[in-house]
Design a protein around this ligand. Structure first.
Ligand code: NDP
Length: 485
């Protein structure tokens, strides 16, 4: 075990680490070699109670601070994260198995961007004045109260920051539950927020499995739940939250289309297809896993895609030359291999990959299927692994209908040099986040989220403010009150 990765305790509540060894043991392992990162315990009901009580108690004081004061703390946390980016990236790599090459730029770094962004706009969060003749009205932007954040395992630090930053900027407090597969990053965020001056109890972390998430969602003191996870979990959490009319943000799964027209820049389109399927070993919700290629460039596209995919540097995630790491868990390996077998069985053409990598353990080969048809399982279900399906199309109307023929609606992309067509296609996509001539870029300044079964609400950008605050309308009578009698 790498001693330095063992946190002082499993949970972070009221500004300090707390433990309850009665909780189910929870072992954090390094996906690259199975070694132990840390031994933790899932939260017991007593820890859950402590965390919600701490967040509830901290609520009034935090909400009473000015936006400038709150923002300053978030910006200070962003600076600390940037100073410690290397150490946090190593931790993220140990937690997830993602290559350090990626975690150095995409995880804590994105978290810092998010804290900086919401820290910068916190002072400007206001209601409005509405003149009504001699009378007037105004609105007060109020925090919701105690928010619960529940995260998936693919971007543990980023997800914790994307939920905490807008929630805290608006004056809410939070209890965050990471996925039990990746428990470490959120604890570091909690430590750093304390170091930046966050009052105790404003941001708390509890570990655990689904039932801990369920206990948090079901607590009457909780005003809002923000989940990043799969569609089935989203349905359960949304239904549980509805019982108390809680606010929700649901960032769920996808099976997103990436449409490449004949006139596209071939090199860019191939790069985008690689980024949209093999970054983080394919474990990204917004991945463009249905790559629709117009028939005129299909052969050239596939040849170049295969050639470049076979140059991936697969190996030790801590080696910065590595650009393709292991899967996060044996469960995810088994799911992905199951889908690859289905692809072969249902008649898709295996272009490259298709099996466990020679390195063994949790390593898979980046896999490309061609001649995939719309009804094949690999074209319909989210795999969450490095499996790209290439489908062929003839014209715009056809591809748009096929791209939208899914219950999901998280993301979509189009490659073409015809900009009028690009905007027309994007207008027709049933997806919450779209890209033209690029893919999977998610800067904090741009709203991110899905439509249809992929979720409700948006993270990041100004739009997240609406999901972490509510407006109180106040009508001010300045004239005599008239009555019928
Ligand atoms: P899950 O849906 O299995 O879990 C998500 C989180 O919810 C975990 O912390 C999980 O805990 C918790 N949970 C499970 N059951 C309940 C419950 N009944 N009540 C409350 N919480 C519960 O997703 P994964 O962790 O496997 O992540 C992969 C999924 O996440 C993919 O479908 C992917 O598309 C989606 N995702 C979406 C993103 C987006 O922004 N749209 C981004 C990243 C991923 P535990 O793990 O301990 O069981």
């Amino acid at each position: 075990m790498t001693a330095s990765l063992q946190p002082k305790a499993s949970h972070y509540v009221g500004g300090q680490y707390v433990e309850d060894t009665a909780g189910t043991p929870l072992v954090s392992t390094y996906p690259a070699d199975g070694s132990t990162n840390a031994n933790l315990h899932a939260a017991t009901p007593a820890i859950v109670e402590q965390a919600i009580a701490a967040a509830d108690a901290a609520r009034a004081g935090w909400a009473a601070m000015t936006g400038s004061e709150r923002g300053r703390i978030l910006r200070r946390a962003a600076e600390i994260i940037r100073e410690r980016n290397h150490e946090l990236s190593v931790l993220e790599t140990r937690d997830t198995g993602k290559p350090l090459q990626e975690t150095l730029v995409a995880d804590a770094a994105s978290g810092a961007d998010c804290l900086e962004y919401f820290g910068s706009i916190a002072a400007g969060l206001t209601g409005e004045h509405i003149q009504l003749g001699a009378d007037f009205a105004y609105t007060i932007r109020e925090p919701l109260g105690v928010c619960v954040g529940i995260g998936a395992w693919n971007y543990p630090t980023q997800i914790a920051c994307w939920k905490a930053a807008p929630a805290l900027a608006c004056g809410n407090t939070m209890v965050f539950k990471p996925s039990e597969v990746t428990p470490l990053g959120a604890l570091k965020l909690a430590e750093i927020l304390t170091e930046a001056g966050l009052p105790d109890g404003v941001f708390n972390v509890v570990q655990g499995f689904g039932e801990v998430g369920g206990a948090l969602v079901g607590d009457a003191r909780v005003a809002k739940v923000s989940l990043t996870g799969s569609v089935p979990t989203g349905r359960k959490v949304y239904a549980a939250a509805a019982a108390d009319m809680k606010h929700v943000t649901m960032e769920l799964g996808g099976k997103s289309p990436l449409v490449i027209f004949d006139d596209a820049n071939l090199d860019d389109a191939v790069s985008a297809a690689i980024n949209a399927n093999f970054y983080s070993s394919g474990q990204i919700c917004s991945n463009g896993t249905r790559v629709f290629v117009q028939s005129g460039i299909k052969d050239r596209f596939l040849a170049e895609l295969k050639r470049r995919t076979e140059t991936a540097t697969i190996g030790d995630p801590m080696d910065e030359a590595t650009n393709f790491g292991p899967m996060v868990s044996q469960t995810q390996v088994d799911i992905t291999l199951g889908y690859i077998a289905k692809g072969v069985e249902e008649g898709a053409t295996l272009v490259t990959g298709g099996k466990a990598h020679a390195l063994g353990g949790l390593y898979l080969e980046p896999t490309i299927f061609a001649d995939v048809t719309d009804e094949m399982t690999i074209a319909r279900e989210e795999i969450f692994g490095p499996v790209m399906s290439v489908l062929t199309f003839e014209d715009e109307a056809e591809v748009l209908a096929r791209a939208n023929d899914t219950d999901f609606g998280l993301a979509a992309g189009v490659f073409t040099r015809d900009l009028a067509r690009a905007h027309r296609v994007v207008a027709g996509f049933e997806a919450g986040t779209c890209w033209i001539n690029t893919y999977n870029l998610t800067p904090i300044e741009m709203p991110f989220g899905g439509v249809k079964a992929s979720g409700v609400g948006r993270e990041n950008a100004q739009s997240a403010i609406a999901h972490y605050s509510q407006l109180k309308s106040v009508y001010v009578g300045m004239t005599p009150v008239e009555a019928a009698f």
